[in-house]
Design a protein around this ligand. Structure first.
Ligand code: GRF
Length: 193
């Protein structure tokens, strides 16, 4: 199942998906990486891995509909059927989300529905949580609120700061995102006529 990955930054989750998809038995292939930031480090990493990658500078478009139309056109040209948001730091319009309903995933660094939004590691520490983690979910028009596909928990340890906690969570992100993509790609494949 051809998959497009949308990023804004370093793209470590993207790299985990690309790495997993290299294996022949993996049901998804990363066909295209798009970034709303042309300078994103992840674009270079994708190209180095031999994946088509393009930066679409969101500021260069007349507005969100034009920017999203350009993304849709690029995804369609690559025959993408599934979209993975991987550190994509832009809120997508309801129209875009509806276009991809049931075929667009996001990874969020918290145990949703806990801690939606930004700065989740800082907030988990500040609120004195004993546990933290990450969630892969379908994207809906409500931010960080769609149906959950996979979740992983990590302990918050004495002496943790946001960076240490983030690193522990990120290792789990890299493990569960490929698993979740595989499960959804299998379902997409099974639903084909
Ligand atoms: C990850 O923690 C992801 O959960 C969050 O943004 C970060 C992106 O990291 N949405 P990377 O670009 O995948 O390395």
């Amino acid at each position: 199942v051809k998959t497009g990955v949308l990023i804004s930054g370093r793209g470590s989750n993207m790299s985990a998906l690309i790495e997993a998809a290299r294996h022949e038995a993996f049901p998804a292939e990363v066909a295209l990486v798009l970034s709303d930031k042309p300078a994103a480090a992840g674009l270079a990493a994708a190209r180095a891995a031999g994946i088509d990658a393009a930066g679409l500078d969101a500021r260069g478009f007349a507005g969100k509909p034009a920017f999203e139309a350009a993304m849709t056109a690029a995804l369609a040209a690559a025959e993408v059927e599934l979209v993975c948001l991987a550190g994509f730091m832009r809120i997508l319009s309801p129209a875009f989300v509806t276009r991809w309903r049931g075929r667009i995933l996001n990874i969020h660094p918290s145990l949703l529905p806990d801690l939606r939004g930004l700065d989740t590691h800082e907030r988990a520490l500040m609120e004195g949580r004993a546990e933290h983690g990450c969630t892969v979910h379908f994207v809906t028009a409500d931010l960080d609120a769609g149906p959950i596909v996979a979740q992983a928990r990590v302990p918050v340890l004495p002496g943790d700061d946001a960076a240490r906690l983030a690193a522990r969570v990120l290792a789990e992100e890299h493990r569960i995102y490929p698993q979740a993509l595989a499960a959804v790609a299998e379902a997409v494949r099974a639903a084909r006529p």
